[in-house]
Design a protein around this ligand. Structure first.
Ligand code: PLP
Length: 371
């Protein structure tokens, strides 16, 4: 007997990612594969780079899509910027800050954990206090959009502190890019990474990545070799730089087609309109959820519009309701991670998932399930 074709069930993706993928992006992925050194492909990569610069709002020459998911972007940021023995100050107020600590330590770095309660942003004054007490810090690493809590981390004041203390600012924009301003240049971010499957509404598989000239100089001055061969940006750069284009690894051709199309959709909508859409739909959703007795976890003024994390009261069997949403209504939402397991729902309105119709569909389904 031969294995049957896999036909995925119809789903509405309102979880923490992946988000809904536009049919234009799916169509782009099914275009014929050409060689990764074909001049036509290399020209297409130039488009991806320029579209990514616009989305990151940066003029950084070194702006690429790393082969791998958001975690590859995280590893690339740390493994290139940090040499063994160097110190990184990491903001920890959720799962992904915790993961940045682990990646730093695995690279031989020393992580100073600066904690805030889950759902609250890291206070710049606390950053300043740590910087005053600690020895030299190579980098400050912050998660702009903490997907485990729905908390939005402001960056400007921390970026100024990073400059004053000659530290690089590394920012995780996995969930934020394309949904709220990331503003790499204006905010003073040195290394920023993201992922394709959140507000860019592309399948998972690539990590948009950008690095400032200041950070590039620090990477070039390294005394030790980057511990990772695959993610060594000095080597990867030789493929992404016009004029050299040396083989490093085979580019994920179809994923790059997909990303180009997804970024074209971002360009057509325009960033301000896209950010406004994310805000509008999140406000509508949170209003409806509050009516149902589901309050947001993150502090007012620090709530992400693309990741709505709400507290689920004990009387609601959270896992059971989530399973019923999936099985009866075809709607996926996310449960809590780590200490928030069983206590919250994480409802993503990311990219193509952020529409009024999706908000209404979810609220109607929840209302039916609760009554
Ligand atoms: N950082 C944040 C803030 C995330 O939300 C995620 C994934 O959800 C990651 C990093 C890791 O990305 P990936 O799962 O694409 O490897």
């Amino acid at each position: 007997m031969v294995t049957r074709e896999f036909i995925p069930p119809r789903r509405l993706l309102l979880g923490p990612g992946p988000s809904q993928v536009h049919p234009r992006v799916l169509r782009a992925m099914s275009a014929p594969v050409i060689g990764h050194l074909d001049p036509a492909f290399l020209a297409m990569m130039n488009d991806v780079q320029s579209l990514l610069r616009n989305t990151f709002q940066t003029g950084n020459r070194f702006t690429i899509a790393i082969s791998g998911t958001g975690s590859a972007g995280m590893e690339a940021a740390i493994v290139n910027a940090v040499e063994p023995g160097e110190t990184v100050l990491v903001g920890v107020n959720g799962i992904f800050g915790t993961r940045l600590v682990e990646v730093t330590e695995r690279c031989g770095g020393k992580a100073i954990r600066l904690e805030a309660p889950w759902g609250s942003a890291i206070d710049p004054q606390a950053v300043e206090q740590v910087l005053r007490r600690s020895g030299p810090v190579k980098a400050i690493a912050m998660v702009q959009a903490e997907t485990s809590t729905g908390c939005w981390q402001p960056l400007e004041a921390i970026a100024q502190l990073a400059k004053q203390h000659d530290a690089l600012l590394i920012v995780d924009a996995v969930t934020s890019l394309g949904g709220i301003p990331v503003d790499v240049d204006a905010a003073g971010i040195d290394i920023c990474y993201s992922a394709t499957q959140k507000c860019l509404s592309c399948p998972p598989g690539l990590a948009p990545f950008t690095i400032s000239e200041r950070a590039l100089a620090a990477v070039t001055r390294r005394r030790t070799r980057c511990q990772s061969w695959y993610l060594d940006m000095k080597l990867v750069a030789e493929y992404w730089t016009e004029g050299t284009r040396t083989y490093h690894h085979t580019a994920p051709i179809s994923m790059l087609y997909a990303l180009r199309e997804a970024l074209r959709l971002v360009e057509e909508e325009g960033l301000p309109a896209r950010f406004a859409r994310h805000h509008l739909n999140s406000n509508a959703l949170l209003t409806g959820l509050l009516e149902l007795g589901l309050p947001p976890l993150a502090q007012p003024g620090q709530r992400l519009p693309m990741l709505n994390c709400v507290t689920v009261p004990d009387v609601i069997p959270e896992a059971e309701v989530r399973a019923r949403l999936l099985n009866r209504y075809g709607i996926e939402i996310g449960g809590g991670l780590g200490p928030l397991k069983g206590k919250v729902w994480r409802i993503g309105l990311m990219g193509e998932s952020s529409t009024e119709a999706h908000v209404l569909r979810l609220l109607n389904a929840l209302e039916e399930l609760f009554i």
